[in-house]
Design a protein around this ligand. Structure first.
Ligand code: ADP
Ligand code: MG
Length: 249
């Protein structure tokens, strides 16, 4: 059984069938890439995993528990974190403060009622945030205002904001979008490193084939809301359906 099991998911927007009987089986500890042309339904699918959208029909199971009908913050508390297609950071806060916020969000609200607990937790959260900033290579920039950061660093910050929550499943929507090659390669290394040291399962939507083939254990190809094939990278490259739908051959 996979850590994330998606069965027969359908999602319609008016007259558009954005997801059409989608199945996905993500193995624990693996990197599962979702590729496909623009408008294929990749982000829609991810939105169905985090409670931003509810499928019309079908099931989404994480660790044997249904994620449907659960609020986004509750899904987050079960161990699912997400990196968005456009960074969602607090630009007027420092890098360190940005990382502390999701760490507090993951904890329950009880500390608010107890000032002693709150002080202690704040120290713990700060330590955890600093540790994660070392992991993503932003420790030297922790006191910088997030607005001043480069695009690549913003994405690293956003990854730190997920990692500080110690997720079991990390969802990444085009983590290298708009990055120059050097930043892309740093992101690949970072994602590999995260996988090794923390054993986090990752689902990555990605356009850049270099990234996909560097990272993925499994690839699902989505086109017009339908999964054409789910297989190992070596079997995806030459697959006739993939060449036709995705590479335009
Ligand atoms: P991808 O991420 O693969 O590029 P999306 O999942 O963003 O594709 O979109 C799939 C299709 O659904 C597109 O045709 C898009 O225009 C449409 N779509 C996405 N979100 C909505 C929405 N909230 N309302 C209406 N149509 C949407
Ligand atoms: Mg998208």
């Amino acid at each position: 059984m996979g850590i994330l099991e998606v069965q027969n998911v359908n999602k319609r927007f008016g007259g558009l069938q954005a997801l059409n009987n989608v199945n996905l089986n993500v193995e624990e500890g693996s990197v599962h890439a979702i590729i496909g042309p623009n408008g294929a339904g990749k982000s829609t699918l991810l939105n169905c995993f985090v409670g931003r959208l509810t499928p019309d029909t079908g099931s989404v199971m994480f660790n044997g528990q249904s994620l449907l009908g659960i609020k986004p913050h509750e899904i987050n508390q079960t161990g699912v974190s997400r990196v968005f297609q456009t960074p969602e950071i607090f630009t007027d806060l420092t890098v360190l403060e940005n990382v502390m916020i999701p760490a507090f969000a993951k904890r329950d609200g009880a500390y608010k009622l107890n000032p002693f607990k709150r002080v202690r937790e704040e120290a713990e959260v700060r330590d955890a945030a600093e540790e994660v900033l070392v992991d993503v290579g932003l420790q030297d920039k922790k006191n910088m205002t997030a607005a001043e950061m480069s695009r690549g660093d913003k994405r690293r910050l956003e990854m730190a904001m997920c990692l500080v929550q110690d997720p079991k499943l990390l969802l990444l929507d085009e983590p290298t979008a708009g990055m120059a090659r050097a930043d892309t390669n740093r992101t690949i290394d970072l994602l590999k490193h995260i996988g090794e040291t923390r054993g986090i399962t990752k689902v990555v939507i990605e356009h850049d084939m270099h990234v996909v083939f560097s990272l993925a254990d499994k690839i699902s190809v989505l086109a017009q809301g339908t999964v054409l094939v789910e297989d190992k990278p070596e079997n995806i490259k030459g697959h006739p359906k993939v060449r036709e739908a995705y590479l335009g051959e």
